[in-house]
Design a protein around this ligand. Structure first.
Ligand SMILES: Nc1ncnc2c1ncn2[C@@H]1O[C@H](COP(=O)(O)OP(=O)(O)OP(=O)(O)O)[C@@H](O)[C@H]1O
Ligand SMILES: [Mg+2]
Length: 218
């Protein structure tokens, strides 16, 4: 589903990722971890083509991301659901509209059913007409997840999905992401928070000083 071959990424003179190679198979859930500033968010941004690599090759599904024409980028992004901190909910739009927005932009049919189905999956069907500010932090994050899954992406990228949540809410959010994975979606979670993968049997990819250190499990 995702292949990195000898990927190098600089921000000006700063070499953030050095010769990173790995493969994530369809249906996997993988953690990307490493200390703050080690390049986890950058790695997710390369998959989504929010950043471009300086060297190497990246393949996502059928897309050779490194050679992708600008006109193809929206098609790549349709395959990917993102749970990123800088894609916040729009405060003056209802929960329903926040989830619907990508479908509206694409002029899809049957938007209402798709949105309600996504909200049902995150157990927020009853909050469809609310505005984000009256929701708890955990509920808001569930709306973000509904927005990420509404177009049935093949791949979900989650960047610190439990940041700012209390431990019980964080556990519930992780359960939800696991359920989405068990229904067949490939998931990549970037986090420096060890608690998230303490007892996991899932694959953990660790980045340290721009180098990849891969482990089978903790
Ligand atoms: N747009 C940018 N321009 C310049 N430098 C950047 C940019 N984005 C990130 N960096 C730098 O690249 C390095 C890696 O950043 P990145 O956000 O990928 O790390 P991270 O592992 O996600 O960290 P954290 O755990 O704090 O989220 C950091 O030193 C950061 O300052
Ligand atoms: Mg980060």
């Amino acid at each position: 589903m995702v292949i990195f071959k000898n990927v190098v990424k600089y921000y000006e003179n700063l070499k953030v990722l050095r010769d990173i190679s790995f493969q994530i198979n369809r249906g996997e859930l993988v953690y990307i971890t490493g200390p703050t500033g080690s390049g986890k968010t950058t790695l997710l941004k390369l998959i989504y083509l929010a950043e471009k690599p300086d060297q190497g090759e990246i393949i996502v599904g059928d897309f050779k991301v490194t050679n992708l024409k600008a006109s193809q980028i929206p098609y790549l992004r349709r395959k990917i659901g993102v749970i990123f901190q800088d894609f916040k909910l729009i405060q003056n739009m209802t929960v329903f509209d926040n989830v619907a927005i990508s479908l509206i932009i694409r002029k899809e049919k049957d938007i209402k059913n798709q949105v309600l189905e996504a909200l049902k999956k995150v157990h927020l069907r009853h909050k469809a007409d609310c505005y984000p500010k009256i929701l708890s932090g955990g509920e808001q994050q569930r709306v973000v997840i509904a927005r990420a899954i509404v177009s049935k992406p093949e791949l979900i990228l989650a960047d610190e999905p439990t940041a700012n949540l209390d431990p019980n809410t964080a556990t519930a959010i992780m359960q939800l992401i696991n359920e989405i994975n068990l229904q067949g979606t490939t998931v990549i979670i970037a986090t420096h928070y060890r608690e998230l993968f303490r007892n996991t049997w899932r694959r953990i990819i660790r980045i340290d000083e721009g180098n990849l250190i891969e482990k089978a499990a903790q």
